[in-house]
Design a protein around this ligand. Sequence first.
Ligand SMILES: CC(C)(COP(=O)(O)OP(=O)(O)OC[C@H]1O[C@@H](n2cnc3c(N)ncnc32)[C@H](O)[C@@H]1OP(=O)(O)O)[C@@H](O)C(=O)NCCC(=O)NCCS
Length: 201
Amino acid sequence: MTPDTSTGSTFHQLCAERGRAFPLLTDRLLLSPFTAEDLHEVWGYWRLPETTHWMSRRYEAPEQLRDRWLSQGSKFTVRRRSDGVLVGDVGARLQDSWAQQEAADHARGTQAELDWTLAPQHQAHGYAREAVRALMELAADLGVRRMHAGCFAENTGSWRLMEALGMRRETSTIRESLHRDLGWRDGVGYAVLAEELPPRH
Ligand SMILES: CC(C)(COP(=O)(O)OP(=O)(O)OC[C@H]1O[C@@H](n2cnc3c(N)ncnc32)[C@H](O)[C@@H]1OP(=O)(O)O)[C@@H](O)C(=O)NCCC(=O)NCCS
């Protein structure tokens, strides 16, 4: 069932409350909460039609993206450790899980909706996999019990990434999602429980 409320805290706020330090380091990457100073580099690939073809929304101007991302408090920039180049972004939106009314307090902020975008020139290097894996581990460390995401069924790069991350296909829908150019399309939904994440290497 789809959650019908959203939690009061953002993922960035949760990180701050728990004293998490950034950047978060992986083998090749640095993850940091998005700030207005990242806007110019992020806009470099978010303004491209090939980036937003399958995305939930495109932005008309960089300021729109900046304002939404800052208020959402969910986005992290992904930079290469070797040279600081921004390769993309990932996000975790904190949500309340669906619950019966009497149990709702215990379901607040217990799941996160994940997202990912790599600049075209930085795809197919395994950066998305590495960055989202780190984000999932961070979310699990902070007590998030379930992570989920969805995409158009034709967005092969996205669902292959989810399968590579050990996420499970839980929904498969027929012409349920309306694409701005292509009309009604099939969709897929994936999820993983924090307890199912493989142990860290
Ligand atoms: C979805 C998206 C993030 C996937 O990016 P990606 O670069 O394909 O994903 P990864 O970084 O994990 O790269 C995986 C590929 O890199 C290759 N690769 C190269 N070096 C690698 C390494 N060291 N480690 C792992 N994989 C590596 C692999 O071949 C792998 O391909 P395969 O497993 O499918 O054969 C990207 O296509 C994108 O940004 N799309 C546009 C935005 C979008 O649609 N977002 C989702 C909306 S729902």
